[in-house]
Design a protein around this ligand. Structure first.
Ligand code: ATP
Ligand code: MG
Length: 275
């Protein structure tokens, strides 16, 4: 493997973690910046809630605002976050190469080659065989992102594996996306209970439509969590996704508007407001 990819070094985890973090920081980040970046996690309250789309929208919106952004796909069963962006044809390395098969990774030659466009860099799963992701690789990646990017967006699975727990614990904020439906709210309560011990700042994004007229405030009351924002139905978004258009790329529509406000709040660029 090392020869195949032209590796200069092979690091064995967890012993080489400090070295790995430094290399990742150099490679993901480029030159050092002033102050640490913000880390935000996104989870779905139930399957298909819209978490990956929101994560993509946040990352695209941040990059549109000239924020150096790292989007991390932490859901091995999610189908690949590069597909959400329409980046599947974009060359660059993905988790399987970074995770390796035996916990050994070579960050300089791998991470330097992550797919990127403008200010956005993405570490995604692919459509190949499922590989185990060492929690150390996730820890090193998130730490490097915090040190070298303005914003790190983590798309987390609802069933937290070790890598997802590490990522969640590193997050400054977590958004739980919950469709405005009774059963989704019940499912989200389970997810919230699993997430809360790992992140002090969890808030809810309620996504419409609300077929039973369930209100965002009622969803939040049931979950015992604050409301971070709401999303109106956006049919054009689904069509766009199928065509490979990245969510939020036009800067228009409910998702883009919400993402802009959340990014501004996260990075302290403007005063908080309601969407
Ligand atoms: N803001 C939105 N407006 C309209 N449709 C949306 C929106 N967000 C998501 N969807 C629709 O819901 C589908 C599932 O979204 P997404 O993949 O983001 O959910 P998820 O919570 O990440 O699901 P998973 O359980 O697979 O992780 C999308 O393919 C899209 O059709
Ligand atoms: Mg998802």
């Amino acid at each position: 493997m090392a020869e195949l990819i032209g590796a200069e070094h092979v690091a064995t985890l967890p012993a080489a973690e400090p070295w790995l973090i430094d290399r990742l920081a150099e490679c993901v980040a480029g030159p050092a910046q002033v102050g640490p970046g913000r880390v935000v996690a996104v989870l779905g309250g139930r399957g298909g809630a819209g978490a990956s789309v929101l994560a993509g929208g946040l990352a695209v919106t941040a990059a549109r605002s000239q924020l150096r952004t790292l989007l991390v796909d932490a859901d091995p069963l999610g189908g690949g976050l590069d597909l959400v962006l329409g980046w599947e044809q974009l060359d660059g390395l993905r988790w399987p190469e970074l995770a390796g098969t035996d916990g050994r990774v070579d960050p300089p030659s791998l991470v330097r080659a992550l797919p990127s466009r403008g200010d956005l860099v993405v570490l995604s799963w692919d459509r190949g065989d499922l590989r185990h992701l060492p929690a150390e690789a996730m820890a090193a990646t998130v730490d490097a992102g915090r040190r070298g990017r303005d914003l790190v967006v983590l798309d987390l699975p609802r069933h937290l594996d070790d890598a997802a727990v590490i990522a969640l614990q590193a997050a400054d904020r977590a958004f739980l996306v919950v469709p405005a439906e009774l059963r989704a709210t019940a499912a989200a309560a389970r997810v919230a209970a699993v997430v809360a011990p790992h992140c002090a700042d969890v808030s809810v994004i309620v996504r419409g439509p609300a077929p039973g007229r369930l209100r965002a405030a009622e969803v939040c009351r049931a979950l015992g969590l604050p409301l971070a924002g709401t999303l109106r139905p956006e049919p054009g978004l689904c069509r766009g996704l199928e065509r490979g258009e990245a969510p939020g790329a036009t800067g228009k529509g409910p998702l883009a508007v919400l993402c802009q406000r959340l990014v501004d709040e996260l990075t302290g660029r403007s005063a908080a407001g309601a969407a």
